[in-house]
Design a protein around this ligand. Structure first.
Ligand code: CTP
Ligand code: CA
Length: 225
């Protein structure tokens, strides 16, 4: 399938895409978050809808407009994201985890705003691990034949880290991209390699996030048969 050409090859399929970045609240006005803009996940949702899929977009703290014809489920924390993904994945043909999920959350949530005290240094923030949603849905496959795709942003040893992560997570495809100061976050463009459990490596040159999205759906459609 040539890039930019839309074919309804996902017609009759239900796909789930998570997008954005989770926020883990410390108190009513503060959170631990990340720099994910949600643009890649939204591009995945738009392109899947254009290819005929029924799309559930689980959107973590994104300010982007809802894509037309897509069922958008807004979520805040990793815990909320997990609940929404597990629910939507139950009847999905494919799940693409493009969201940046916080690895840790504060152990405690202060119901009132945390105040500084005169002449005192702050207390360290105690953290606890969040569940690994991608690993969970990949291990307990609820639907045989479901295609599961993860994303990995790496700063060093991109391919070696990607291969190890693909194995560890147990998903079918892993989209690996290199991140840095100027790269990926908030930008309209992306460059990536999609690793498959079959040993395949599909390089996607620097270009619009839609182009990477189309490649992901090409690979997913090929696996759905
Ligand atoms: N992910 C997830 N649940 C988490 C953390 C990550 O589902 N608690 C998913 C992300 O949505 C992404 C993939 O796992 O699709 C890889 O995320 P990444 O942060 O690169 O992987 P981690 O296993 O958290 O490894 P790292 O220590 O490098 O952050
Ligand atoms: Ca992580």
């Amino acid at each position: 399938l040539a890039r930019g050409v839309t074919e309804p090859d996902l017609k009759g399929r239900h796909v789930v895409v998570s997008a954005g970045g989770t926020r883990e609240p410390l108190d009513p006005v503060r959170f631990l978050g990340n720099r994910s803009s949600g643009k890649q996940g939204y591009a995945l949702a738009r392109t899947a809808a254009a290819r005929g899929a029924r799309v559930t977009l689980i959107a973590a703290n994104s300010t982007l407009p809802d894509p037309a014809g897509v069922d958008v489920v807004p979520v805040g924390t990793a815990t909320h994201l997990r609940e929404a993904v597990l629910k939507a994945a139950a009847d999905a043909d494919a799940v693409v985890m493009a969201a940046a999920v916080a690895d840790f959350r504060p152990v405690t949530y202060a119901a009132g705003k945390i105040k500084k005290k005169d002449d005192q240094e702050p207390e360290p923030i105690a953290l606890v691990r969040n569940p690994d949603i991608l690993a969970e849905i990949s291990t307990d496959r609820v639907r045989p034949g479901q295609v599961i795709v993860g994303f990995a942003a790496e700063t060093d040893d991109v391919l070696a880290n990607g291969r190890a992560k693909l194995k560890r997570k147990g998903c079918d495809l892993l989209v690996v991209n290199e991140v840095g100061e100027r790269k990926t976050f908030g930008s309209e463009e992306n460059e990536a390699v999609v690793l498959g459990t079959d040993g395949s490596e599909t390089a996607v040159p620097y270009g619009p996030k839609e182009a990477l999205a189309e490649t992901v759906w090409d690979l997913v459609a090929g696996r759905l048969g």
